[in-house]
Design a protein around this ligand. Sequence first.
Ligand SMILES: [Zn+2]
Length: 325
Amino acid sequence: MSKIKLPSLASFQDRLKSLKEKNNLKQSSYTNLNFRLNKPEENGGIATAKVRFLPNPHNGFDPFVETWQHYSIGSFGTIPCAKQNFGESCALCDQVKEIYDYSNSLAVSLGINPKEYNDMTANAEIKGLFKKARDLKAKKRIYVTLIDRSHEQEGVKFWGINEKFFDGLLREITDTISEYPDKNPIDHLSGIDVKVTLTNNGSEYGTTSFSLLSAANPTKALPNKTDEEIEAFINGIVNIWGTICQKKSSEEIANIVEQLIGTDGLIDTSRASNNASQTPARAISPAAQAFVKATSPKQNVAQTTTVAVDEALNSIDIDQMSEEI
Ligand SMILES: [Zn+2]
């Protein structure tokens, strides 16, 4: 186990600083990959789990992997963004841009100020397109490696949390390490457990919260486990990592977009932006229209306009996420 070197407190503090304030994100936005808490049926009911973070050998032994994902991409489900994750071109991001550009040009043609949020959302068509672009846009997701202390025999699990939740978690972790330097919560051997609580508050997915168990009186790390067994947990990460963070190349993503659109070739975004400046009311390309349709299997743009935009912009597609594994 000596080869495992955990990230320092300073590295977490730096990271916390670099996280932008995301006040518009709801902390309750919650999903899971194969770490799951079932929402209690009764309103007010709670479900809890005690988890221990595990160093992830694919991420410098840091349990928190920050990724960007496109959700609800038709029958393809969730696609890791090639641009945000790997700095490569991403046909999905291009599609999103085209829909945004079209919304803007449509707004201009109708005398609506595209910089005024309320103006933009006053028009049903623009509001629908705007929401669609937001839905399809890559979103940040943090994958946390852990074990569920009540189900250790099930091996390593992954928990997907959003930026707001991560921000809160990082704050608690840095505070704890500052106060108890020898009780680093991410140290699987000498650290402490984290209690996760899912409350049925009447909303669709309930509210998830966490608390770090007392560092002054920590639970034992992986009791009754030998070094070999702990090593096996860590190795378990290697085995499922490929499934979770499988990279899709720019070509593969372009291929997916092509299949969804059902046409040859991809949308030429340079044409779109050139046209936008000359012809404000340009039509959205047939390919982008087809794309919007293809990624809306059960709802069309007109229906989505009934959803409160604020809510839509803040929500993360939870079902698609948990179906991934
Ligand atoms: Zn992308």
